[in-house]
Design a binder for this molecule. Structure first.
Ligand code: G3P
Ligand code: MG
Length: 251
């Protein structure tokens, strides 16, 4: 298992720059984040692009479902003005642009497979192709979609893949083992010290999203959490420069 840094920048430094853009990844790097988290889906012509929502309205000047538009259309959209005029003209990045940028910044990524209306298996296949072509950097895949986790395990058996959850099922360990996942990613609000202890005792790396309060992050690290995903890496890294609990560090 690769080492997951204790702080990961959610959609880049999304408090300071438009989420899931190269600008947000560069700001994250400038704030000393070692990794970013980002969301990958498919365009209508099966190109891997980074965007969180199913539709274009919230974070671009486009409209409608992402998976209905070819890359040539998506690339013309403004993915920055909604956030601030400073970022006017920022584009929806491809996965390939992103991997190239991260490589040159010596960063890694938690790449969340987000089908958003496209076929999860096809998405995994295209992501696997892109990762095969890209220069090597630390990558942890993850998905809420069980079919995607299973497909990633099949296509990329040597690449770690986290199982993303909103809440912890009672039989989580059985499901986790069946899926062959390599980490458990969960909404921090769904966690309590007992559940965290159960996961830590099973030697499962535990990643929590989305944590923007350093005091809450300290509490989670105290429970044995490996890593927190935050919109505000600058604040979090300033408050907690190193993992405070050796038990929570994965190696
Ligand atoms: O990967 C952690 C987190 O990003 C999952 O939720 O909706 O922000 O993609 P969401
Ligand atoms: Mg995400």
């Amino acid at each position: 298992m690769i080492e997951i840094p204790h702080i990961v920048a959610h959609r880049g430094a999304s408090i300071e720059a438009p989420e899931n853009t190269i600008a947000a990844f560069r700001v994250a790097g400038a704030r000393q984040a070692k990794w970013i988290e980002c969301d990958v889906t498919l365009s209508a012509d099966n190109q891997c692009v980074l965007i969180h929502d199913d539709t274009l309205e919230r974070t671009t000047n486009g409209t409608g479902p992402i998976h209905m538009q070819p890359l040539s259309v998506l690339r013309e959209l403004d993915a920055g003005s909604w956030f601030s005029d400073i970022y006017k003209g920022e584009r929806i990045p491809t996965l390939s642009d992103t991997l190239e940028t991260l490589f040159f910044m010596d960063m890694g990524a938690n790449l969340e497979i987000k089908p958003s209306g496209c076929d999860p298996v096809r998405l995994c296949q295209e992501v696997a192709k892109e990762l095969g072509r890209a220069k090597k950097l630390p990558i942890l895949l993850s998905s809420f979609d069980d079919n995607a986790v299973a497909e990633i395990r099949r296509l990329l058996p040597d690449m770690p893949c986290g199982w993303l959850l909103e809440t912890l099922p009672v039989n989580w360990h059985e499901e986790y083992t069946k899926l062959g996942a390599s980490a458990l990613h969960i909404d921090h609000k769904a966690l309590d010290p007992g559940k965290a202890a159960e996961i830590v005792a099973a030697n499962v790396p535990l990643v929590c999203y989305t944590v923007n309060d350093p005091d809450r992050a300290r509490e989670l690290f105290g429970w044995g959490v490996t890593s927190v995903i935050t919109d505000d890496p600058a604040k979090m890294i300033a408050a907690i420069p190193r993992h405070p609990n050796p038990q929570g560090r994965n190696k």
